[in-house]
Each structure stands twice: as structure tokens, then as C-alpha cells.
Write a protein that binds this ligand. Structure first.
Ligand code: DC
Length: 229
């Protein structure tokens, strides 16, 4: 039997992490885990429960009691058994997720859950702190970045495909604010792990980024035993 492999992909929003992590997981037959969806689920529950987004104690309790599961190859996100796949992509939830993710107790609960999900399985896990905190010993660490304009354009395109036609300026501003918060918080800020490979996806197609990631995986993992199809 081949050993478990962990591929960590971190980076700011709109860098292409989800698309790439999903494609790479499917190509390798690994489990894909979207950790941002987990913070979003906690943010959504907090909003619905009317909990202030800076109430550290209540939010930690909530995070500890949240049962977050992925179904259908992570295409579906379940919060306490309810399908919240669409609801967690709302703009207000993006903001709430960024706020609750700054709370150390919430992070501890999510990191524990993330490690449990990866027990005994090869995974591609994407987020902000995977290579630094969740799996500091990950076999492959990639920091996926892109220029701010390219990231905002991608996010706008995504929202437009979902029928939300929003002003480019507002989206760019909101993204910049979330990235600033995610990168400057005291606990597990978004930073590149010293041993991560930096990849700039600006101007590259999805296929090009996917191939670049697979090349990195091959160079790190293929000791003659792992097969990259
Ligand atoms: O990747 P995303 O935009 O869906 O993430 C939602 C929020 O959760 C984002 O503001 C950053 C935060 N997050 C985090 O702090 N740590 C992670 N591992 C993943 C996401």
C-alpha cells in the first residue's frame, strides 16, 4: 500500500486555489478538502444564531459543536446535516467567515476537524494555514498567488456566473479588506511557509497552473512509488 500524502495549497482569495486543488485531487485520486468552506459554515451559523462576530467564547462553543461534512467529492457542504453549499458563498458570509476565522478557539476547533478528516487518507487541502499550522510536515506545500487585479477579476466572474452582478469596485475593496484581515491577524495569519513553493497564477490558464502543481508534486513525492496519472 502506498503511504499517505498531504498536499497543502495556501494563498489569498481569488488566486485559483479551489479550482486547482480540486483538479489536482481528482487527477491523483486524493480527497479534496476546502477549509475555507468550514470557516464559512461557522460564520453562517453565527449569523443565523445572532452571535456577535467578536464573541470569542460563544463562537468557540459554536465551532466545537458544528458538524461540517463534505459530500459528493466536496461539491456539497453540510452543516449539522443541512446542505449549505450555496448559502456559504453569500457576500455577507464571506465577511463573517473572515471575522470568525481570526478567533483562536474557532481555529483550534477547525484545525482539529481538518486533521481528523485527513486521517489515513491522501489529501489536497486548501486554505490559509495548511502548510504552516495544520500540516507543517505536509509532503508538498504550495503558496498560490496572483496579482490583485487578476484575483478581483476572477472573483467577479465567479459571482457573475452565479447571477450576482456587482460593482467591480465594491468587490475589489471587500476582497482587499478580507485579505488584509486574514494576513494581519495574530493567530495563524496567511503567510507563505518557508518551505512552500511560490506559484504566481497571473496570466496562466487553469491547465498551466495544474501542470505546474503536478510537476512540483512529482518532484517531491515520486520516489519511484507514487504514480501521478
Ligand atoms: O478560502 P475562502 O475565501 O472560502 O475562506 C473564507 C475565509 O476563511 C477567509 O476569509 C479566510 C478564512 N480561512 C482561514 O482563516 N483559514 C483557512 N485555512 C481557510 C480559510
Amino acid at each position: 500500500m502506498s503511504r499517505r500524502v498531504v498536499i497543502a495549497i495556501d494563498g489569498p482569495s481569488g488566486a485559483g486555489k479551489s479550482t486547482i486543488a480540486k483538479a489536482v485531487a481528482s487527477r491523483l485520486g486524493y480527497i479534496y478538502i476546502d477549509t475555507g468552506a468550514m470557516y464559512r459554515a461557522v460564520g453562517l451559523w453565527a449569523m443565523r444564531a445572532g452571535i456577535a462576530l467578536d464573541d470569542m467564547h460563544k463562537l468557540e462553543e459554536l465551532a466545537r459543536h458544528s458538524e461540517i461534512e463534505f459530500a459528493a467529492g466536496a461539491a456539497t457542504v453540510l452543516l449539522n446535516g443541512e446542505d449549505v453549499t450555496g448559502a456559504i458563498r453569500d457576500r455577507a458570509v464571506s465577511d463573517a467567515a473572515s471575522k470568525v476565522s481570526a478567533i483562536p478557539g474557532v481555529r483550534r476547533a477547525m484545525v482539529d476537524a481538518q486533521r481528523r478528516m485527513a486521517e489515513g487518507a491522501s489529501v489536497v487541502m486548501e486554505g490559509r494555514d495548511i502548510g504552516t499550522v495544520v500540516f507543517p510536515d505536509a509532503d508538498v506545500k504550495i503558496f498560490l498567488d496572483a496579482e490583485a487585479d487578476a484575483r478581483a477579476t476572477r472573483r467577479l466572474e465567479e459571482l457573475r456566473q452565479k447571477g450576482q452582478d456587482l460593482a467591480a469596485e465594491a468587490i475589489t475593496r471587500e476582497m482587499a479588506e478580507r485579505d488584509r484581515r486574514d494576513s494581519t491577524r495574530a493567530d495563524s495569519p496567511l503567510v507563505q511557509a518557508p518551505d512552500a513553493v511560490y506559484l504566481d497564477s497571473t496570466g496562466l490558464s487553469i491547465e498551466e497552473v495544474q501542470e505546474a502543481v503536478l510537476r512540483i508534486v512529482r518532484s517531491r513525492v515520486s520516489n519511484g512509488k507514487e504514480v501521478v496519472r
